[in-house]
Each structure stands twice: as C-alpha cells, then as structure tokens.
Design a binder for this molecule. Structure first.
Ligand code: CO
Length: 176
C-alpha cells in the first residue's frame, strides 16, 4: 500500500470508518505510518481514511510553528483510536484547510469546546476536554472518520461555488 493522500471526491472520504478492535503491533504500525505521512504532508492532523486506512484512527500535532511560523501553542501530539465527540459547547468561526482539498481554505462554524472520548494504543479509555485550536483539529479529524468533509458546514450556495472552483483547479493541476 502506498498511503498516498486521498483527495476529494475519493469515496473513502465519504464513509464512516470501521471501529478498531485490535490493540496490537498492527495498530502501532498504522499509527507510525500516519504520523510519518502527516509530517511529510505538513498537516496538523490526519485521519486514517485520508491515506486509505479504513479505521477510526487519527493523529495530530498542534505544534504548527514547525510548518508555517504561525503563532502557535507549544503543541500537543497524540494518536486517538475510536474517538467520539460526546459534548460540544459554544460556537466559533474557524478558518481551515484540509490535505484532502488542496488549495481550499474556508471559514466555518465550529464548537468552541469539545469533550472527546477515545482509546489509546493499548485500548485504555481516555477523555479530552478542551477548547482553542486543539478542539478545532479534533472536530475536523473526527468528522473525517465519520465521512463528513469540512465543506458540509458551508451553505449550499457557497459549497457549490467552492467545489466548482476546486474541481476546476484539480483539472488544471492534472493538465500541468
Ligand atoms: Co481534513
């Protein structure tokens, strides 16, 4: 398997991923591959389906200073297995990009604070209650694992415009 980045409209980005029920070397290997690809692609987070792995796994590293010199927090690095958002509160405007939508940057509403239940690589349950940038990244990546792309948060009219422009730029890139 090549673990190439999957870009929209790849079908794997539209599906809910399978629950992980193996907490063994295979899982550790998949997580290693995901971190490696995320850093190569200069992403802040990566959901497994974005590189063709059909399971509910996400990795993230919010130390954005590494890539774009953005004002950043020290950064948290984590891998989450079977993550679920169990509580949301507040609302913020969030400007986001996505490795699976090259060139697209949009501003959408997100919850300000989230509580996430997940498992670690050993299968132990963990709970994360957070706000700020980490809360945004968690929402974006958990959405991927449920087959929900970030463009879904745009109004239908805006979504159509963004997608038309995106599809056009894909064609241009393919021609180049
Ligand atoms: Co994304």
């Amino acid at each position: 398997m090549s673990y190439e980045i999957r870009t929209w409209p790849d079908k794997i980005l539209k599906k809910k991923m399978k629950e992980v029920d193996f907490f063994d070397d295979k899982l550790k290997e998949l997580v290693d591959i995901m971190f490696k690809r995320m850093y190569e692609l200069e992403g802040v987070g990566l959901a497994a389906n974005q590189i063709g792995i059909p399971y509910q796994i996400l990795v993230l590293d919010t130390n954005t200073k590494k890539y774009d010199g953005q004002e950043g927090e020290e950064g948290v690095k984590m891998a989450l297995v079977n993550p679920k958002i169990v509580e949301k509160s507040g609302e913020v405007e969030s400007t986001e990009g996505c490795l699976s939508f090259p060139g697209v940057q949009i501003t959408i509403p997100r919850a300000e604070r989230v509580k996430v239940i997940a498992q670690d690589l050993e299968g132990k349950e963990i709970e994360i209650d957070t706000d700020g940038f980490l809360a945004i990244v968690l929402q974006h990546e958990i959405d991927h694992l449920n087959g929900i792309p970030f463009i879904n948060y745009l109004s239908p009219v805006k979504r159509k415009l963004v997608l038309e422009k995106y599809m056009k730029s894909l064609k241009e890139m393919a021609r180049a």
